[in-house]
Design a binder for this molecule. Structure first.
Ligand code: GDP
Ligand code: MG
Length: 201
């Protein structure tokens, strides 16, 4: 089975552990415990790639997000094919925190890492501090895959969508559909492991 590493990044309390808990276990906790250092979860999903069901195991890494753990980050991000970078729509300074996380990810993960920007806690409409315009203006300073995904781990809104979107793009960047036999293979190999067909690169 194909295995991929996804890291979550963003300031403390933006909702990283909650997003993972909703996606992996379909639960939400108003009093989520602080993450100490680094946590890790596995989740098997099926992706639809070119009309083919492809089973994938996601290795999802969750970071404490506190300043004192930042020295752990290079090893945390090492080998990641995808990064979900989160900001909290109810706390404007978390938007400015993104810059650091983007740089840390860029310096430490795979060259073609897929980065997706995730806005969290959209159910807390009355507490909202970041407008749609502000979020999208700030996000343009960096390169992302697709648009900002607006999520709520409380209601579940778009949580699965964030993980499926990033995982599908990670697959698309790493795998090639063989024109001869219709199976998929790792693009780095330059030939189909199932039937031997070569690809032009
Ligand atoms: N209302 C609401 N609260 C959330 C949401 N996501 C996280 N929280 C709360 O925000 C706090 C911090 O969440 P947590 O997942 O621990 O953040 P982390 O430090 O980034 O892992 C917790 O009290 C969560 O219950 C959300 O989508 N809606
Ligand atoms: Mg946490």
């Amino acid at each position: 089975m194909l295995k991929y590493k996804i890291v979550l990044a963003g300031d403390k309390n933006v909702g990283k552990s909650s997003l993972i808990a909703r996606f992996c276990d379909n639960i939400f906790n108003e009093e989520m415990k602080d993450t100490i250092g680094v946590a890790f979860k596995r989740k098997k999903i099926a992706l639809n790639i070119n009309d083919k069901e492809v089973p994938v195991e996601l290795h999802i890494w969750d970071f404490g997000g506190e300043e004192k753990y930042r020295t752990l980050f290079p090893s945390y991000a090492h080998g990641a094919s995808g990064a979900l970078i989160l900001f909290d729509t109810t706390k404007k300074e978390t938007l400015y925190g993104i810059e650091d996380w983007v740089n840390i990810i860029k310096d430490n993960s795979e060259e073609d890492v897929v980065t997706l920007l995730v806005a969290t806690k959209v159910d807390l409409k009355e507490k909202r501090e970041v407008s749609k315009e502000e979020g999208s203006k700030f996000s343009k300073k960096f390169t992302w895959f697709g648009d900002i995904i607006k999520t709520s781990s409380k209601t579940g809104e778009n949580v699965e969508d964030a993980f499926i979107t990033i995982a599908t793009e990670m697959m698309n960047r790493n795998f090639h559909l063989c024109k001869s036999c219709g199976d998929i293979f790792d693009i780095k190999l330059r030939y189909c492991v199932h039937c031997g067909e070569k690809i032009e690169v």
